[in-house]
Structures are given as C-alpha cells and as structure tokens.
Write a protein that binds this ligand. Structure first.
Ligand SMILES: Cc1ncc(COP(=O)(O)O)c(C=O)c1O
Length: 476
C-alpha cells in the first residue's frame, strides 16, 4: 500500500512544482501551507460523495450555496441573483453559451459575438453546441472594439462576450459598452472573469484602477469566475453566476424518459465528486475577505516589481500594461522568446510561451500569484540571465526544408505519415527510441516550428502529437 504512494510520488517528480511560486501558469500558489493542507483534507473528506443528488448529500448543496453567495457579493450581484459551481472555467463558459443558445429556441443558426482575444473555451463551446462564432477584432490596446462589435450584431446573435481580463494580454474589455449594446437588443452579455474575477475586486479595494466589469454594470447577464485560479482552491471548481434565476433556467437538464432515476443536473457532469467543491469551500471559508485582500496585495506587489523588472531589461517589452495579475512580454530581435522560456525552466521557473497570432509576434505569459511575491528578486535575476543566455545562443532558425514541408501540409487532412515525416525531419524522434515519441527537454525549436505554422496547422499537429502521447505502453 505504502509502496504505491511512494511510486506515485516518484511519478510526480517530473511534474511542475505546484508550491513555491515558481510556476507562473496552470497553478496558483497562495504561499500558505495551511491553506493547501486544509484544501487537500477537505477534498479527501468529500472525494467519494456524489453531487449527482444534492438531497442525498445535503452538505454539498449547502457548500455550493455558500460559495455562490460569496461570489455574488464579491461581484456586486443584485438580490435574487443565482449561480452554480462547475468543474472549471471551460465548463462555466460552455454552460454560458449553451444557456444563451437554449434561451432562444426561436433563433435558427444562433451566433455569439466574441473578441479575437476571448479564451479558446468559447471556440470549444461553438464546436460542441453548434453556435456560430463571430469574431470581432480588438483595438490597439488588445481590448474588444466596440464599433466592430456593434456592426457584428444582428437578429441571430444570442450572446455577446467580453473578458475581465483576457488570458493572453491581461487587459479588461470595455464591458459597459459591450453590455449596453447587448442589452439594448435583448441579447445576453457574458463576462469571462474566469481568471480575474477573484482578484480584480480586491485590486479595486486596494486602490488600483480597475475598469468596471461586474454585475454593477447594467446589461451583464452572467459572469464566470474560477475558484481554482485566484480563489487558490484545489483544482476543479469555477462559478457560473447569473443575474436572475430565469437566465440560468435553460442550463438545467432533466430526463425521466428512461427506467432508472430521473436524471437532474445543473452542470455537464452527472455523477461528480464533492471533493473539489468541499476543497474550495474550505479554502474560501478559511481565507475570508481579509485573507484574499492580503493575498491580492502580495500579487500586485509582485506584478509591479515584475513590470519594473521587465522595463529594465532592454530586450523585453510589455505586450500591454496589465489591468490585472497577468503579465505578457515580448522580446526584441536580439533574443528568442521561446529560448527565454527554456532558459527559465533550466533555472527552475515555468513561464508560458505564447505563439504569434493575428500579426503579433510570440510572447511570454505570466500568471502571477501571491506565492511568487517572496521570490520576485530571484525571478528577475533568472529572467535577466535567461535573456542573456538566449541572446548568447542566438536566434532559432527553422530549417527551410522543414518550414517548406509544414507549408505543404494540409491541416484538414493531416495523416499519420505526414506527422511521422515531420518528426523524422525535425529529429524529434530520438535515435534509439524505437520510434517512440519522447518529450523533448527543450522546446524552443519545436515552438519555433509551430510558430511558423498557421493556427489550423498548429491544432492539427498538436492533436496528432497528443494522440501519440496518449497510448498505453505495451498495448498493441
Ligand atoms: C479568461 C479565461 N477563461 C476561461 C478559462 C478556462 O478555464 P479552465 O482552464 O479552468 O477550464 C481560462 C483559463 O485560463 C481563462 O483565463
């Protein structure tokens, strides 16, 4: 028994660290070991409970209502507003889109209007639910273009979307204007605050300038906000909040049309562990308002120091001044952004590469959490030396033959042979690996290759890559 847990820990040795503030994407570290422990113990205590039937597990209903209540108060919701705990940001977004679609059965070919900077979860929702996505460009500061949004509205539009903030650039869209356009036409307006929703209200209380985006803005009909991000809860919880119960109603699914129990769900999952909900409840109850205020203070101290540090390195520039806790910077021609990411990883820091998109070059993303505050000096020293190392090693030049090969491929019909050809040409299948795909230690060259490809080609290549990774060994 203990042997298995030792093996589990051994497997985890290659994972990115989730504590210590050195992983600046995917995880959010409060830097408070007690909070982590409480979250973990709460998850474990409820892991086997089932949210399928909250009348069978009333503790789950109680904790869900408590969390939704905290979220609604934090986001200025009016009396009577409601919400649901979901499994994460993507599920909240999926349900916001599904609810908007199903609230308008009169519309054939429903459309959502999204800025080009929305999270890809909306693309997934479009794909799953057959809602057409109408993408409008952003203005110079990467914020949704209001005039372009207005021009995109017609009688088929069931949802207008804005972000608070956007993941890639960390800026808040002009929510009052977007919501006003939507509301004047009786269209729903969803604010995707999955990443910023738990941090921006506290930033405002600390006196930082925060553009309006909550339910205090007329016309905002729903908001998504993740507890497993800046709520510092264990993974597996987000809130989808609606201004009224009527707006939430199409989200429910029930089926009595089979011989078993009547299935009755408020989210996409049916059987679902109560663990994440209990973990989030325990963390939110433990931290309380003052706890979040203090963590947010640390986040913004770190953000300000990082912004100043980036400004002091001539090869780097901010992609946009951050409205929130996300920082994106780009590199000049003296230094490759993807190499900087690899160099940072060599120094024990994970920063996330972002590919070229819509005429803008590659950049580096940081989700700054409170746990990073105590180590910012180290972070900035690692960044300076990573930039120097990247300058020293020079630009990544993708072999023109490989570039031409990628160019010749058709993403809509990429075959296994095409992919194998690319792997062989790029040396990604190592000598002696028996043809088995291995994760390269340094990714700059792979990223540079992907950066040359169109978004559709990146998708096709990465899907094939993941499909290859997800094969149990020894099963033919
Ligand atoms: C703005 C925004 N929306 C949605 C999501 C999706 O959240 P998740 O990864 O929890 O599904 C994210 C994740 O980073 C996000 O930043």
């Amino acid at each position: 028994m203990t042997d298995v847990l030792a093996r589990l820990r051994a497997l985890q040795a290659d994972d990115l660290p989730v504590h210590g503030g050195r992983t600046l994407a995917y995880v959010y570290d409060s830097g408070l070991p007690d909070i982590d422990r409480i979250g973990r113990e709460a998850v474990a205590s409820a892991a086997a409970t089932n949210g399928l039937d909250p009348t069978a597990f009333p503790s789950l209903l109680r904790m869900e209502n408590d969390l939704v209540g905290v979220g609604l108060r934090l986001l200025d919701a009016p009396d009577g507003a409601v919400g649901t705990v979901t499994s994460g940001g993507t599920e909240s977004v999926l349900l916001a889109v599904q609810g908007a679609r199903d609230s308008r059965p009169d519309v054939t070919g429903p459309v959502m209007v999204v800025p080009s900077t929305r999270h890809a979860a909306f693309d997934k929702a479009a794909h799953y639910f057959g809602v057409e996505k109408r993408v409008v460009p952003v203005g110079p500061g990467f914020r949704a273009d209001v005039a372009a949004t207005e021009a995109a509205l017609d009688e088929r539009v069931v949802l207008v979307v804005g972000s608070a903030p956007s993941y890639a650039h960390g800026v808040v869209d002009p929510i009052p204007q977007l919501a006003a356009l939507a509301s004047a036409r009786g269209i729903r307006c969803h604010v995707d605050a999955c990443i910023g929703g738990w941090v921006l209200p506290y930033a405002a209380r600390l006196g930082r300038p925060v553009p309006p985006w909550t339910f205090a803005v007329d016309g905002v009909t729903s908001v998504s906000v993740d507890l497993h991000k800046y709520g510092y809860a264990p993974k597996g919880t987000s809130l989808l909040l609606h201004r009224t119960p009527e707006l939430r109603r199409p989200q429910y699914f029930s089926s009595a049309d089979w011989p078993g129990y009547t299935m009755l769900n408020s989210t996409m999952q049916s059987t679902k562990s109560g663990g994440p909900l209990a973990g989030a409840w325990a963390v939110v109850e433990s931290l309380g308002d003052e706890g979040y205020l203090s963590l947010t203070r640390q986040v913004f101290e770190a953000v300000d120091l990082i912004v100043a540090g980036v400004a002091s390195i001539p090869a780097l520039s901010l992609v946009a001044p951050p409205d929130s806790s996300l920082v994106a910077f780009s590199t000049d021609s003296s230094c490759d952004a993807f190499t900087v990411c690899d160099e940072m990883l060599d120094r024990g820091w994970y920063v996330q590469p972002q590919m070229s998109y819509a005429g803008h070059g590659p950049s580096v993303h940081l989700s700054v959490s409170a746990g990073t505050r105590a180590h910012v000096d180290e972070f900035l020293a690692a960044l300076a030396s990573s930039v120097a190392a990247a300058q020293e090693s020079g630009p990544i030049v993708v072999d023109p033959g490989i570039a031409a090969y990628i160019e010749s491929l058709d993403p809509s019909s990429l075959t296994d042979d095409d992919f194998d050809g690319l792997l062989a040409a790029s040396g990604l299948v190592g000598e002696g690996s028996g043809g088995e795909l291995e994760l390269p230690k340094r990714l700059a060259e792979v990223n540079a290759m992907l950066d040359l490809a169109s978004p559709a080609m990146r998708e096709a290549l990465l899907v094939t890559f993941l499909d290859r990774l997800q094969r149990p060994r020894g099963v033919e």
